[in-house]
Ligand binder design. Structure first.
Ligand code: ASP
Length: 309
């Protein structure tokens, strides 16, 4: 049985992941209907508490909540009392006093969703905390791979880019490994954390070796907002050695798919023409994000909001 909050993939087991992916399949069917709405969360309130910028995740949670008939409130820090020095915890507790049924939190500092979860009655869903975890991104990535490949066992998933600062890399490493895939991480040595192999991944500094025989290639943005100092000589050099284009992709399997969580920096980590067309499935990931977040909200916002027991 899953806990009350969704703070990270690390806390889930294979059966939890499979259950969410199966629910997402049913939710996806709602998105194909003429009237894209079901009464599942009618009378329930969802608060989106995003302290860090977001395009896909915030809108995706909002659409997911609305498709389930929940009332969705988007909290915007720049127009709130946070500008009057109210603390994050006081802000969260104030919102909690209005009895939401779930609070979706994004923050630039790792661990803030957990801290908020400890103080609130409502279940907390982590929408990305610093370089720690981004569980719903990993779930939608797994969902996309399942739709494309029909399985996880025996697949090789190569994640390329700024592994050190990427919460997407961390959550996907947990998710794909738990589901039975082999995970490879490829980056310049400065962006590959020491000891990452103890989490079950294989680490590569040679892009070619990491790509050989890959079924799935996941490309990550360089998280410059989380970097202090210089991690590579120049963007041009990074693009030449670790940027993915159709030529480099030839080392992977013929039926490889290319994924990216967005936002995409075209011409840096991924070539312009590759981002837009097959084998890239970037917009499928965005589309699937709604169904997966509906499944997550169904699982975590559908229960009474108390922390007893
Ligand atoms: N959108 C993803 C995240 O919030 C990936 C990225 O920003 O590069 O982590």
């Amino acid at each position: 049985m899953m806990g009350r909050d969704l703070l990270g993939i690390e806390d889930l087991d294979r059966a939890d992941l499979e259950r969410i992916l199966e629910t997402a399949e049913r939710m996806q069917e709602v998105g194909r209907r003429d009237v894209k709405k079901v009464p599942t969360l009618r009378g329930r309130t969802l608060v989106n508490l995003f302290f860090e910028p977001s395009t896909r995740t915030r809108t995706s949670f909002e659409i997911a909540g609305k498709r389930l008939s929940a009332d969705v409130v988007n909290f915007s820090p720049s127009s709130s009392s946070l500008t009057k020095a109210e603390s994050i915890l006081d802000t969260a507790m104030t919102l909690d006093a209005m009895a939401p049924d779930a609070v979706v939190v994004r923050h630039k500092v790792a661990g803030v969703p957990k801290r908020i979860a400890d103080a609130l009655a409502a279940p907390v869903i982590n929408a990305g905390d610093g370089a720690h975890e981004h569980p719903t991104q990993a779930l939608l990535d797994c969902f996309t791979v399942k739709q494309e490949k029909g399985r996880f066992d025996g697949l090789t998933v190569t994640i390329i880019g700024d592994i050190t600062h990427s919460r997407v890399a961390r959550s996907n490493l947990y998710a794909f490994s738990k589901l039975g895939a082999e995970v490879r991480l490829a980056a310049p040595p400065t962006m590959l954390p020491a000891g990452v192999e103890s989490l079950g991944a294989k680490a590569y500094t040679s892009l070619r070796e990491a790509l050989e025989g890959a079924d799935v290639v996941m490309v990550l943005r360089i998280q410059q907002e989380r970097m202090e100092g210089c991690f590579f000589p120049s963007i041009r050099e990074y693009a030449a050695t670790f940027g993915i284009d159709r030529k480099k992709l030839r080392y992977a399997k013929d039926d490889v798919i290319v994924m990216h969580p967005g936002p995409v920096n075209r011409g840096v980590e991924i070539a312009h023409d590759l981002a837009d067309r097959r084998p890239s499935v970037i917009l499928d990931q965005v589309r699937n994000g709604v169904a997966v977040r509906m499944a997550v909200l169904y699982q975590f916002a559908g229960r009474p909001a108390t922390r007893e027991g």
